[in-house]
Design a protein around this ligand. Structure first.
Ligand code: UDP
Length: 263
């Protein structure tokens, strides 16, 4: 694999502290992007999960998703609910929206080849076009839409194995993307694999993120519900998360943490 020559970082990679949110782990790092670049520089294959409250509740209901997240190498606090939970526990302010983490990675990854998988036909290519306007020297090694049939999937597996991208962005939605990464990461064991949800749709200009003021007030979920009201059923997970995790954390009813576990 091509390696990054010109980024200013130490090539060490400390194990990260983990905190449990309803039994689902989340990692604490001062700079998640830096940690990831260090992993990649050492060719340590990495599965990144961007955890929000909806996904946490889903992981309690779908055992397979819970197992995948527990085994992921990096679980970042993507959503406001996870960030608030860590703050209520007194662990500090940790917030790493997946799309921003990936944007910082793509902005600083030098000549590492990147593969874009997922989205409706055409969306990954539009997302790449956006990135090539923003970073003309970004090395994109391939794209593939996310509506795979068995033939397309077999062809994609061959391509990934031959290309060995350094960064593989998988935009298939939760939990499909997490399962897909678990089942395919052996094809590129040294790559960083990240489930990026609807990020391609945003880069492609087909969807928009909540305005900054809403994000600052932790209201990104409300914007999503307004834009995509069909999500209401999935979003019932949010009050459930508030009741099961945030209220006990705020009231100090979460048992004192065990000595930090590192992974
Ligand atoms: N998607 C896909 N293949 C599928 C189902 C979904 O590529 O079989 C794509 C879909 O087009 C969209 C993304 O996965 O671009 C899911 O985005 P969403 O915002 O729903 O992600 P989530 O909220 O689950 O993180």
């Amino acid at each position: 694999m091509t390696r990054l020559p010109s980024v200013d970082w130490e090539p060490s990679c400390e194990p990260l502290e983990r905190v449990d949110v309803l039994g689902i782990p989340v990692h604490l790092a001062a700079d998640y992007g830096l940690w990831l670049r260090q992993r990649a520089a050492q060719s340590l294959g990495t599965h990144v999960v961007t955890l929000n409250s909806e996904m946490t509740i889903q992981a309690l209901e779908v055992a397979e998703l819970g197992q995948i997240i527990r085994k992921a190498d990096l679980v970042v606090p993507d959503g406001a609910g996870i960030t608030l939970y860590l703050r209520f526990l007194g662990r500090g302010n940790y917030h790493a929206p997946g799309i921003e983490l990936v944007e910082s990675l793509l902005a600083t990854c030098g000549d590492w080849p990147v593969f874009f998988l997922g989205g409706a036909p055409g969306v990954a290519d539009q997302a790449v076009a956006y990135w090539q306007r923003r970073r003309p020297d970004l090395v994109v090694t391939g794209t593939q839409h996310g509506y795979l049939n068995p033939e397309l999937e077999a062809e994609l597996e061959r391509r990934l194995q031959a290309l060995q991208p350094c960064i593989i962005l998988v935009a298939l939605g939760v939990p499909r993307q997490e399962v897909w990464i678990r089942d395919h990461r052996h094809l590129c064991p040294q790559a960083i694999w990240i489930g990026v949800g609807g990020s391609f749709d945003i880069w492609a200009g087909r969807k928009t993120r909540a305005p900054r003021w809403m994000r600052k007030l932790y209201l990104e979920w409300a914007y999503r519900l307004y834009k995509e009201p069909w999500r209401w059923r999935r979003m019932l997970a949010l009050p459930l998360f508030a009741w099961r995790a945030l209220v006990p954390a705020l009231l100090g009813r979460i048992p004192a943490p065990k000595p930090p576990t590192r992974s």
